[in-house]
Design a protein around this ligand. Structure first.
Ligand SMILES: [Zn+2]
Length: 241
C-alpha cells in the first residue's frame, strides 16, 4: 500500500539556519528547518521538491524500524485529517514557530495551518473539531427533529470520550465531536438514537422498537459502533486530543 503523501512534517524556525533544509530527526521526524517564516503553501512546495529523497530515506528507516510508531511518533501531528462522517479530507501543515499558537482555516482548500508548539496546538485543534462538528452536525440534528416531531429544546457539542451523545430530561441533546470519525450512516444513527430519547427516557424494549421503526437497521448500527474507537479510521493521535 502506498504511503499517504505528504507524510507528517513540521516546520521549525531556527535563527542559526543559513538556508532552508529538509531533514529527518530521530525524535521529531520529518522537518523543514528554516531561517525565515514560511507559508503553508511554501512548506508543501519544499516537501514536494524533496519527494524522491524523503521517500528513499523514510523507506530505509522503515526497513530498520518495523514499528511504524517509531517513525510517526504519536505526538507528531497528522498531515491528513480524514473525517469519515462528513466525507472530508483536510490537509494539516504545522509551522512550528515561537509565536503565539494560531490556527488558520482555509475551507476552500480544506487546509489547516497551525503555528505554535506543545499543548497549545492540540487544544486549538480540539477547538476546531468541536466548532466544525457544531456547524455540520447540529443543523442535521435539528432538521431530523423537525421531520420526526421530536421535542428538542437545545443542543451542543462536547469532546466526550465515553459517550457518542446524551439527552437530558429537559430535552437537550449533547453530541460528541468524535462522531466525526464514524461512518455517515452511523453518525446519522446516533442522532436518531438521542432524538428517540425525547420520547423514551430509557433503553426499554419500547425505546428500541420505536427507534427501529424510525430508522430501520438501527439495532445493527448500534452494535457496530460499540467498538468503533478501535478501528483504523480512529487515528492514534485522537487519544492525545
Ligand atoms: Zn441511549
Amino acid at each position: 500500500m502506498p504511503e499517504p503523501w505528504p507524510p507528517p512534517f513540521q516546520v521549525r524556525l531556527s535563527q542559526r539556519a543559513k538556508r532552508i533544509l529538509v531533514s529527518i530527526h530521530p525524535q521529531r521526524g520529518l522537518e523543514i528547518v528554516t531561517p525565515k517564516r514560511l507559508s503553508a503553501h511554501q512548506a508543501l512546495g519544499i516537501i514536494q521538491q524533496h519527494r524522491a529523497w524523503i521517500d528513499a530515506r523514510l523507506h530505509a528507516r522503515q526497513a530498520h524500524l518495523p514499528d511504524a510508531d517509531a517513525i510517526w511518533p504519536e505526538h507528531q501531528l497528522p498531515a491528513h485529517i480524514h473525517l469519515p462522517a462528513l466525507d472530508e479530507h483536510w490537509q494539516l501543515v504545522h509551522l512550528a514557530t515561537t509565536t503565539r499558537a494560531q490556527l488558520h482555516i482555509d475551507p476552500a482548500q480544506r487546509q489547516l495551518s497551525l503555528r505554535g508548539e506543545g499543548e497549545q496546538i492540540w487544544s486549538l485543534l480540539q477547538r476546531w473539531f468541536i466548532a466544525h462538528a457544531k456547524a455540520q452536525l447540529l443543523p442535521a440534528l435539528h432538521q431530523l427533529a423537525e421531520i420526526h416531531n421530536d421535542p428538542l429544546q437545545g443542543s451542543g457539542i462536547r469532546w466526550n470520550h465515553t459517550r457518542w451523545g446524551s439527552c437530558s430530561r429537559a430535552g437537550r441533546i449533547n453530541l460528541s465531536a468524535r462522531l466525526l470519525w464514524l461512518e455517515p450512516a452511523e453518525m446519522n444513527y446516533v442522532l436518531h438514537h438521542e432524538l428517540n430519547h425525547l420520547h423514551h427516557f430509557n433503553h426499554s424494549p419500547a425505546f428500541w422498537q420505536a427507534l427501529e421503526a424510525r430508522l430501520p437497521g438501527a439495532l445493527l448500527l448500534d452494535r457496530g459502533i460499540r467498538h468503533a474507537e478501535r478501528r483504523a479510521s480512529f487515528p492514534a493521535w485522537l487519544r492525545l486530543v
